[in-house]
Ligand binder design. Structure first.
Ligand code: XMP
Length: 513
């Protein structure tokens, strides 16, 4: 389907995904594949270029990770990066030595041949390296194209075979001319045209979805999260009313959320959306439950049950639409060298496709998160959806410590809305990863007017993060914290104390449960 593709052979580098993104930033579609993919499989994809990633292993190992040697005879230009360079040197008869002068971090690069890869750049600049092995003997037919003060071969070339290799990392932003090096590889060496844009992606995807789905129907759970929202609008663009979206209100959503979602998708995009108010059943099942994992299990099961019941009412459904993203489907190579697949299914609909005999339709499965946001913008989705902070599937249930009751849900919802309002007014909503309130299972004594009070405590959590795996607490200004606390206490009857969570992850997690 995609006319122009560059393949990245993954040898397990922490930067492999960065390489893919840097290529896409130049409007060339890229895909990460395991390092040992056969040359014939690679040929079938008809790549314009191949990039060999870095990796934690050494080519001096007894059994080093090596690609199919036939890839070098496909006539496709190749760029080796770090370990990928050592792979090239080893396979073409050069020599790699373990434990050279290690280079970690900034290094000055001196260009010896400023054609091809190093066109249009100064003869020396700062690059970022991370290696302890190095090439000590050039393979025959290769020449040196750059060096550093520590290593003689920082870049090597075989122009005739169009094989290029660098010891440093052009994909990291700290390498001064990194983007230019990648651009030179893509356009000067591989002859790419750079036509891959979100607009072209929409066009191709719409055609593909139409061809796949034909006249059958697609059912999809819509939560208002960015991934499922963008996927739904894209599928809708392809098949219109044959996309049936189900929005299940589990009673655990934030204030005004169901109304907002109906407004955006039903009134705005005219999606065929059924709103199912299942809140009573969820709250009933959660009665008396305090254990977080039990809450999650109950909510997950009930979601599937309600979704199945609703989906069964629609005739002719063959597909389940999902907003799965690229990082979830890449078959990455683990540092131990074994290709490992980390495919995960959405927590809410795990098991549904097989049970309901549905095929998966995942139009975003080759996109990174920031690309999904670009796509959403191109499709006309509002910023309130595109830049929405992550919200857990079990919703407010995991932000109420202890039992979930309608009264406690209401207290949290009101407190949370005051907090979000103040964060938005301070222009911080899009800058922080998540900001939310948590209702604690204790009451404390207070004094309001001349009255003693004995009421609930709310904790505020506001964290910065790149991916939710690690997080730090945000140093909110004292004045803002004060405004949040006073609004919650003045406006939400039943809360008389607000505390701020100053724990990072690890050791804590982002959510309290
Ligand atoms: P933790 O609390 O594990 O959260 O540090 C990391 C990220 O995951 C979200 N989260 C969940 N999302 N179902 C979800 O869909 C869940 O059960 C769940 N638990 C946590 C959390 O909001 C944060 O963004």
């Amino acid at each position: 389907m995609k006319k122009e593709i560059v393949l990245i052979l993954d040898f397990g580098s922490q930067y492999t995904q960065l390489i893919a993104r840097r290529v896409r930033e130049q409007r060339v579609f890229s895909r990460i594949i395991p390092y040992n993919t056969s040359a014939s499989q690679i040929q079938q994809l008809n790549p314009k270029g191949i990039i060999l990633s870095g990796g934690p292993r050494s080519t001096t190992d007894i059994k080093p990770l090596l690609p199919d040697k036939k890839i070098f005879s496909l006539g496709v230009p190749i760029l080796g990066i770090c370990y990928g360079m050592q792979v090239i040197a080893t396979m073409f008869g050069g020599k790699v030595k373990q434990g050279c002068d290690r280079e970690f971090g900034k290094t000055e690069l001196f260009i010896d041949d400023n054609r091809d890869l190093f066109s249009n750049m100064p003869m020396n600049f700062t690059c970022w390296a991370s290696h302890s092995d190095c090439i000590v003997k050039l393979p025959p037919d290769f020449v040196r194209s750059a060096h550093t003060l520590n290593i003689p071969f920082a870049a090597i070339t075989n122009r005739k075979k169009k094989i290029y290799a660098v010891q440093f990392h052009p994909e990291v932003t700290h390498t001064e001319k990194g983007a230019q090096i990648i651009s030179n590889f893509l356009f000067r060496i591989c002859g790419c045209s750079g036509q891959w844009t979100m607009r072209s992606f929409i066009k191709e995807s719409v055609e593909e979805i139409k061809k796949t789905v034909e006249n059958s129907k697609v059912v999809m759970g819509l939560s208002g999260g960015v991934d499922s929202s963008v996927a739904a609008v894209l599928i809708h663009k392809a098949i219109g009313k044959n996309l049936r979206c189900i929005f299940i209100d589990n009673g655990l959503l934030r204030k005004d959320e169901p109304a907002q979602i109906k407004k955006v998708f039903k009134s705005g995009f005219h999606l065929n959306l059924s709103y199912v108010d299942a809140s009573e059943s969820f709250i009933k099942l959660l009665k008396g439950i305090t254990d977080p994992e039990e809450k999650r299990k109950i909510i997950g099961h009930q979601f599937i049950k309600v979704f199945e019941e609703e989906a069964a009412k629609i005739k002719g459904v063959k597909f389940l639409g999902q907003g799965t993203l690229y990082p979830d489907v890449i078959e990455s190579v683990s540092p131990s060298g074994a290709p490992s697949s980390k495919i995960k299914s959405h927590h809410n609909v795990g098991g549904l496709p097989e049970k309901m005999k549905l095929k998966l339709l995942e139009p975003l499965r080759e996109l990174f998160k920031d690309e999904v946001r670009q796509l959403g913008r191109e499709l006309g989705l509002p910023d309130s959806i595109i830049y929405r902070q992550p919200f857990p599937g079990p919703g407010l249930a995991v932000r109420i410590i202890g039992e979930v009751t309608p009264q406690r849900l209401n207290l949290l919802r009101e407190a949370d809305s005051r907090l979000l309002d103040e964060i938005k007014k301070a222009n911080l909503y899009h800058q922080v990863w998540q900001s939310f309130a948590v209702l604690l299972p204790i009451k404390t004594v207070g004094v309001m007017g001349d009255e003693r009070t004995y009421e609930h405590v709310v904790a505020i959590r506001c964290v910065s993060s790149q991916d939710g795996m690690t997080a730090d607490w945000v140093h909110l200004p004292y004045e803002l914290l004060e405004r949040i606390a006073s609004r919650i206490i003045n406006e939400v009857k039943g809360i008389n104390r607000v505390v701020y969570d100053i724990t990072s992850k690890p050791p804590a997690t982002i959510e309290w449960e």
